[in-house]
Design a protein around this ligand. Sequence first.
Ligand code: KIV
Ligand code: ZN
Length: 395
Amino acid sequence: MERPRISIFDTTLRDGEQAPGCSMGIREKSRMAFQLENLGVDIIEAGFPAAADADFEAVRVISGQLRSPIIAGLARASEPDILRAWTSLENARRPRIHVFLASSDLHLTCKLRITREQALDQVYKAVSYARTLCNDVEFSPEDASRSDVYFLCRFVQAAVDAGATVINIPDTVGYTLPQEFSELIQMVRKSVHGIEKVTISAHCHNDLGLAVANTLAAIQAGARQVECTINGIGERAGNASLEEIIMALNVRQEKLPYETGIDTREIYPTSRLLAELIGFEPQPNKAIVGRNAFAHEAGIHQHGVISNPLCYEIMTPQSVGVPGNNLVLGKHSGRHALGKRLAELGHAVSRDDLDGVYKRFMKLAEMKKNIYDQDLISLLPSAARQSVAVQQATN
Ligand code: KIV
Ligand code: ZN
């Protein structure tokens, strides 16, 4: 059976880059864009051209460099912003203008100070204008998940009537719950005339730690594009993390039978490149790409992983481009892991010797948090140590 294709819209270079500590210059953005192309994303949102000259330039440069992905530029719902985005996309082989305007009463009254009717008129005019420039126009009702649902449907209707090709439903403040977000997407699909001709997209933030769960719920409700970032970087608690969405689809294919164009083996190299470019590591326990995502310290886990990695791993590190699982030696480790590491270091110790080494290892592990290979070698009986020294000298 054919599986529906989900387009991956990466906004690392726009929403991700907006986050504190995550900014990138044009050269960094360009390096990252090439790697996103290798990873296989369908759309790269390269910046918000009207917001800053550097963003304009980044979108312009990336548009000229990449040939496969669609390049999107963000714009507020105003002619000058839209024109600026379009100008920056001039060299793109596949350009997209992404227009947004808030739809929640809170944003309309407190931030924009316009009425609902004025906002509807602005959406129609902005999307119509964008369509005179570009065949591919995405529209986002900002703060959709906190908007009055009937008004949201009228808002989306105005954008569809004006010729939007993609309707993105953002959970701008990470407020929604999976079931609720699914119902919202279904409501939009049911109520907006002509919606079947446009792609529905989901854009979730992580303020309650639910961005990925909400994104998956949106896919199940009919969204065929998802917006996400590498390492989940983005405003406040971040955006839905690309690697988590992709691996959920990959690992749970029987429940989530969808396809993407992502080469999962490029996930870890992409994550590393981003961390290097922004100087900002994902947290150690970050799913898929964190330092500890494939690390095992507890003895019982290490024993299981040595016998069969599936005991404690639902995907192989290699499938996401991580070189290998990492048996961390510490006070929770067992004899198996210690023996394996020593063998890797060239010391195949006998069972009797291993008992002695293990006792010394446990004493050391009580005192020292990080145990290095040199520490392990110093625990060996001196004869074994010398034979390795000779081996190393002759190598
Ligand atoms: O979170 C948000 O609402 C956005 C829009 C501009 C799509 O980033
Ligand atoms: Zn956002």
